[in-house]
Design a protein around this ligand. Structure first.
Ligand SMILES: Cc1cc2nc3c(=O)[nH]c(=O)nc-3n(C[C@H](O)[C@H](O)[C@H](O)COP(=O)(O)OP(=O)(O)OC[C@H]3O[C@@H](n4cnc5c(N)ncnc54)[C@H](O)[C@@H]3O)c2cc1C
Length: 428
């Protein structure tokens, strides 16, 4: 049996109504054209508009249609790679500066939620959980690197008893908890920031894909199906479509699909036993599971990775065994929604920010840690356009290695795309 290719996320389904922004209707001029209505593009537009910069944001589908409106909602510092690997790649001093930039991005996301979308806040604390000695050793190493060379003392080590009590599962034997990390409804934050950007003067057009971008006598021309936009700056924040618009970025990231489910609200007794502290959790298994409770008591659970999209029936069939391995008690709980989304994964699991031509600003490859990175990255791009390139240049200085034979992997949509990535670039 096959289901729909994917469905709207739990966040979107839970909305009573959403503001709709009309497509671009005629040729426009502006200072900055932002392409992509994910958290990266929307945060850039928000800061630009609030800084008095004339901005148009165009989104191919709906705001939040990409990963930003479909993710696990965990707001965490760092990257999809291990802290140790970050140090090896960037060197201790640079790694420390970049790690702290991600910490600040996490704190800024929290501040934006408090100011613009308090209803988006779901809970404090994110736990990374280990289920065997190898994973415990990896977590110990993360802890040592974060507290040592990266100079961040926020993390708490949880022993076996505390881990099991906080997660409500006997599967895990130790954990690292970040009390400053938190979890949210990402679509609610995105919509609130888009609303604030709009109120500050940004023009937003949905159902308006950029078809091409080209330099045009000192400005940029952005072609859409209905009209052209002329802008001094272009912010390209289109995640996996980046290479289609700026071919030199092809092969830097692979689109990896991951799926999530939302259960029916759990009975109160079960909620209290599963996650009594309301932390969000992810584990270190190669299939990477991530989960948390929403305020109304649904478990949102994601896991797995695939080179191509799984339809909803297959995605649920894959997710259920992972879920029941962690929480056997959920056997009888109804699963109300299943959806999938794309994580844009690079070879070293570090993001790819670049300004390859005057007035062109690109951010993609944010990986599975992309919520805080998108909010921080959008801010860094807005600052750079306003004249302060400090943060942007720091993240753009990270290596920009391409994925060997990425074109081939992508073309055949090989389900083993992830295995391939693991082969060429293991986590640590
Ligand atoms: C299921 C899932 C779970 C995840 N869980 C977490 C998590 O718990 N914590 C975490 O930190 N990260 C998580 N991530 C990763 C995180 O969601 C992403 O890294 C982040 O949202 C990327 O933001 P973005 O703005 O770069 O991309 P997107 O949100 O993908 O936005 C790109 C936008 O560009 C638009 N677009 C594309 N082409 C064009 C075009 N030609 N013209 C105009 N618009 C265009 C798309 O429609 C899309 O809206 C998860 C991702 C997924 C898929």
């Amino acid at each position: 049996m096959r289901g729909p290719a994917t469905s709207s996320s739990h966040y979107e389904a839970a909305r009573a109504a959403r503001a709709v922004h009309a497509p671009l209707d005629r040729a426009r001029r502006c200072e900055v054209c932002v392409i992509g209505g994910g958290l990266l593009g929307v945060t850039a537009a928000f800061h630009l508009a609030r800084g008095g910069i004339d901005t148009i944001l165009i989104e191919a589908a709906r705001l939040g249609a990409g990963a930003s409106g479909r993710n696990g909602g965990q707001v965490i510092p760092g990257f999809s790679t291990s802290p140790r690997r970050l140090i090896e790649i960037a060197g201790a001093a640079q790694a420390r500066a970049i790690w702290h930039w991600t910490r600040v991005a996490t704190d800024r996301t929290r501040a934006l939620v408090a100011e613009h979308a308090p209803h988006a806040f779901h809970g404090d604390g994110v736990i990374a959980a280990a289920s065997d000695e190898t994973e415990v050793a990896a977590l110990r190493d993360d802890q040592a690197a974060i507290a040592g060379p990266l100079d961040d003392d926020a993390m708490e080590w949880l022993d076996e008893g505390t881990t099991r009590a906080r997660i409500g599962s006997r599967r895990y034997v130790a954990a690292l908890r970040d009390p400053r990390a938190f979890h949210l409804d990402p679509l609610a934050l995105l919509e609130a920031l888009a609303g604030a950007a709009h109120a500050a003067g940004a023009r937003i057009a949905e159902a308006t894909p950029a078809l091409a971008i080209a330099p045009d006598g000192g400005s940029w021309r952005v072609t859409t199906p209905s009209a052209e936009i002329t802008a001094t700056h272009v912010v390209l924040a289109a995640q996996r479509m980046t290479g289609a618009l700026w071919p030199a970025r092809r092969g830097l990231a692979l689109p990896i699909w991951t799926s999530m489910l939302a259960t029916a609200p759990l009975p109160a007794a079960l909620r209290a036993r599963l996650l009594p502290g309301r932390d969000a959790v992810y584990d270190l298994a190669t299939t990477l599971a991530y989960w948390r409770l929403t305020p109304e008591g649904r478990l949102l659970f994601g896991a797995g990775a695939s080179g191509r999209i799984l339809d909803t029936v297959r995605a649920e069939a894959r997710l259920r065994p992972f879920l029941l391995r962690i929480y056997p008690d959920l056997e009888a709980i109804a699963i109300e929604r299943v959806w999938s989304g794309v994580v844009d994964l690079t070879l070293d699991r570090l993001p790819r920010f670049a300004a390859p031509a005057t007035g062109l600003w690109i951010g993609h490859g944010l990986g599975g840690h992309g919520v805080a990175l998108a909010v921080g990255g959008g801010h860094a791009i807005a600052d750079a356009i306003a004249g302060d390139r400090t943060a942007f240049d720091r993240i753009a200085a990270l290596p920009q290695r391409a994925i060997p034979l990425a074109g081939l992997v992508g073309r055949f949509a090989v389900p083993a795309a992830l295995a391939w990535l693991r082969l060429v670039a293991p986590r640590s």
